[in-house]
Design a binder for this molecule. Structure first.
Ligand SMILES: Nc1ncnc2c1ncn2[C@@H]1O[C@H](COP(=O)(O)OP(=O)(O)OP(=O)(O)O)[C@@H](O)[C@H]1O
Ligand code: SF4
Ligand SMILES: [Mg+2]
Length: 449
């Protein structure tokens, strides 16, 4: 756990897994975006971190942030698009299936759903012992049975005789998940990817199964990548934690640093929404970041979190659709007369607006009137989109609004952890989209700190 000494918990400073600029993209068959580009989900997009021997590295993020894809890419179950995954002098990202297979016994996976991990047609001894036979670790049924017996008992299923010859459907959810853990550990792997290992279990048994995983880690000298959207369990289990948002790590470092003094607004919003047993946190704002997670097929420009970020400011990546969203949001709050007047000002129909990343064209609006309105009301829009408008011009009888390009924030070291956020100094991510106008390097938020 994060509070114990590294030596006592069997941890070392040796890096056992080094993930560097990893990308896993899924091409959507036949899909084309409105820009004419092929539709690609950047499920994991330029992720770098390392895992040290004997530690539990937590990976946290909302649904769709790419946690499972990242875990599966590390285990070679999904092909990496680019980047490297270094494990014991091998780059796992480059290995084909044939060269990966002999390594797989050293890399275990605990899946979220026991039903998908245990074949219902196999008895427990067959299912849990299956990897032993596949990897040639045992050569006959007697040896397999002995090893499965030992592992089931380690996993709290004792006496094992009671479980060996039954089928998964004869067991409770908690017992099945203990079998899934036994199956993942039966080959004595060194690194285990545990993907939401307790999410499908009743609350009453989650803590017990997590405790079992922790005890087994200590006994067997394992290293875990623990994937979860449950921040509270990460606090108590993980030595280090990484926060994933739309395929990118936005903050990672020692759990106590990240939990006690989060530096990224997304981490702050997530933590504010979680009831943690810490009296100093009582009464805090319990809101999640505003709005939904954006579509992974077309992530926001600049900082991907900017449309939801309560602290977003000028260089964060404002684009055309943000102004449309801000107008719609404003119009749900103003009176009917104001709404009618402003709708008429933009041409009476938002559907006709041409939306591009750095340009918005209102075909029937009046530039002088719109420019004046923006000067007066822009600062009161629900987001800081107004701050990034560089020009409002008369264009073909309509109005074109232009936006400065906001750079994607690079990773920077802040108080002992890594953070990708312009609040700590405006930076430009290598190879990031919308690499910034150099003038942005001078912008600083009024309330940065
Ligand atoms: N095989 C696939 N083909 C196309 N898109 C995929 C595929 N697998 C995942 N995705 C997409 O990649 C993104 C990341 O998905 P992933 O399952 O890795 O997220 P997650 O963080 O594990 O979410 P959850 O918390 O719901 O399990 C999502 O937008 C998802 O729709
Ligand atoms: S860079 Fe930081 S301040 Fe800007 S939108 Fe992203 S998280 Fe918010
Ligand atoms: Mg998942």
């Amino acid at each position: 756990m994060s509070d114990g000494s590294a030596a006592a918990a069997g941890r070392s400073d040796e890096v056992v897994l080094d993930v560097d600029h990893l990308c896993t993209y899924f091409e959507m068959g036949g899909g084309v975006l409105s820009t004419g580009e092929p539709a690609v989900v950047r499920a994991v997009d330029d992720v770098s971190f390392d895992i040290r021997g004997g530690e539990i590295f937590g990976l946290v993020g909302e649904s769709g942030s790419g946690k499972t894809t990242l875990g599966r890419t590390i285990l070679g179950l999904v092909k990496a698009t680019s980047g490297s995954i270094t494990w014991k002098d091998h780059d796992l990202a480059q290995l084909d299936e044939k060269r990966f297979r002999p390594l797989r016994r050293h890399l275990g996976m605990i899946f979220q759903d026991p039903a998908s991990a245990l074949n219902p047609a196999m008895t427990i001894v067959q299912g849990v012992g299956h990897p032993l036979r596949i990897h040639g670790i045992t050569s006959n049924r007697r040896e397999t049975r002995a090893k499965v017996t030992e592992m089931l008992e380690r996993c709290g299923l004792a006496p094992a005789e009671r479980y060996l010859d039954v089928y998964p459907d004869d067991l409770s959810g908690g017992q099945k998940q203990r079998c899934v853990i036994a199956r993942a550990l039966i080959t004595e792997p060194e690194l285990v990817v545990a993907d939401e290992p307790v999410a499908s279990l009743d609350m009453s048994i989650r803590a017990k199964v997590l405790e079992l995983m922790f005890d087994l880690k200590e006994q067997l000298g394992l290293t875990y990548l623990y994937i979860t959207h449950d921040l509270a369990s990460g606090r108590f289990l993980c030595d280090r934690i990484g926060i994933l948002y739309l395929g990118q790590l936005v903050e990672w470092g020692a759990s106590e640093h990240v939990y006690d003094a989060p530096q990224h607004p997304y981490t702050q919003s997530l933590l504010n929404a979680v009831p943690l047993p810490d009296p100093s946190r009582r009464g805090r704002d319990k809101r999640l970041p505003r709005g939904e997670i954006p579509d992974a097929l077309s992530p926001p420009a600049g900082c991907r979190f900017h449309p939801r970020c309560p602290q977003a400011f000028e260089p964060c990546g404002w684009e055309g659709r943000d102004l449309v969203d801000a107008l719609e949001d404003r119009w749900t709050r103003v009176d009917e007369d104001t709404f009618e007047r402003e709708l008429e000002m933009v041409g009476g129909d938002l559907d006709a607006v041409e939306v591009e990343r750095q340009r918005l064209h209102f075909p029937k609006a009046d530039a002088a009137r719109f420019g004046e309105w923006l000067r007066e009301h822009g600062p009161q829009l629900p987001t800081a989109v107004h701050s990034a408008i560089t020009d409002v011009s008369d264009d073909d009888g309509g109005v074109t609004v232009s936006f400065g390009p906001g750079p994607e924030p690079a990773i920077q070291s802040v108080e002992g952890r890594d953070v990708a956020c312009h609040l700590h100094g405006v930076t430009v991510r290598d190879g990031g989209s919308h690499v910034g106008d150099p003038s942005h390097a001078e912008h600083q938020p009024a309330d940065a700190g």
